[in-house]
Design a binder for this molecule. Structure first.
Ligand SMILES: Nc1ncnc2c1ncn2[C@@H]1O[C@H](COP(=O)(O)OP(=O)(O)OP(=O)(O)O)[C@@H](O)[C@H]1O
Length: 244
């Protein structure tokens, strides 16, 4: 029997009242792949992430992570999620090291008392994301790029195997971007699967093995070159009538 894909989305439809955000979206992403998620504003990218993370419940359809329902995958620490910055309460009084330690909760048992392996995993994640010197800062005192890196570090500490990153490069300076790209490539090389939404079309070919173009539905899914073809982009960005 062949192993199930790392991420499988089947016939997912999501409505917010009258707004049809996702319309029968299906997607398979294999293991050890970085997949770029592209689409115009409002095309449903964040909704797709929230559906996979079970923050939003679809009207129909299903999601499987390595063949498991997302809740079970999350309990096993398989699913990591870097939300858009606006979704996080940055005024919440918590330090960088505490947020990264949250990634270890699934490894700790009910007492949530960190053990040596947890401290070591957090220290390594902070090191890899260049945050060691900021470990004891409040998250509200960080720059946009540093904030993104905290959530990437949390996913590394967690050992996430399927990692969702919603706009990890938005509001991020070049050094932070380079750090994040390097870390994401390392995760992929270690076998993780990453779905990364971005508006940075120019950066997609460098980072991503494949890309998905979303416009409520999956308009295209293939190599970055195929998906970034001008006629495909025109269709997805609403500048040309859909022919399909
Ligand atoms: N909580 C909500 N209530 C009502 N409508 C919503 C809600 N969240 C999203 N929408 C609508 O659903 C559609 C898809 O939104 P979504 O945030 O998924 O798009 P997106 O591709 O992530 O956009 P962006 O690139 O601007 O972040 C949009 O029309 C949006 O206005």
């Amino acid at each position: 029997m062949t192993a199930p894909p790392a991420l499988q989305v089947r016939g997912v439809t999501v409505r917010y009242g009258d707004v049809l955000a996702l319309d029968d979206v299906s997607l398979d992403i294999g293991r050890g792949v970085v997949c770029g998620l592209l689409g115009a504003n409002g095309s449903g990218k964040s909704t797709l992430f929230k559906t996979i993370a079970e923050i939003v419940t679809p009207q129909s359809g299903s999601v499987r992570i390595h063949g498991l329902p997302p809740a079970r995958a999350r309990r096993r620490g398989l699913l990591g999620y870097v939300p858009q910055s606006e979704q996080v309460d940055w005024a919440f009084p918590v330090r960088v090291v505490d947020v990264v330690m949250m990634g270890r909760y699934g490894h700790m048992g009910p007492t949530r008392r960190p053990r040596r392996a947890d401290h070591e995993a957090v220290a390594e994640a902070l090191e890899r994301t260049g945050l060691t010197a900021l470990a004891h800062r409040q998250i509200g005192e960080l720059s946009g790029g540093q904030r993104k890196r905290v959530f990437v570090a949390r996913g590394i500490a967690q050992g996430a195997d399927v990692f969702l990153l919603d706009e990890p490069f938005a509001g991020v300076d070049k050094p932070s971007e380079h750090t994040i790209v390097r870390v994401l490539r390392d995760m992929r090389d270690a076998g993780a699967t990453l779905l990364v939404s971005t508006h940075d079309l120019a950066g997609v070919a460098g980072l991503c093995d494949e890309a998905v173009l979303l416009h409520r539905r999956v308009v295209a899914h293939g190599s970055p070159e195929q998906v970034l073809a001008p006629e495909t982009l025109l269709r997805a960005f609403g500048l040309q009538e859909e022919t399909a």
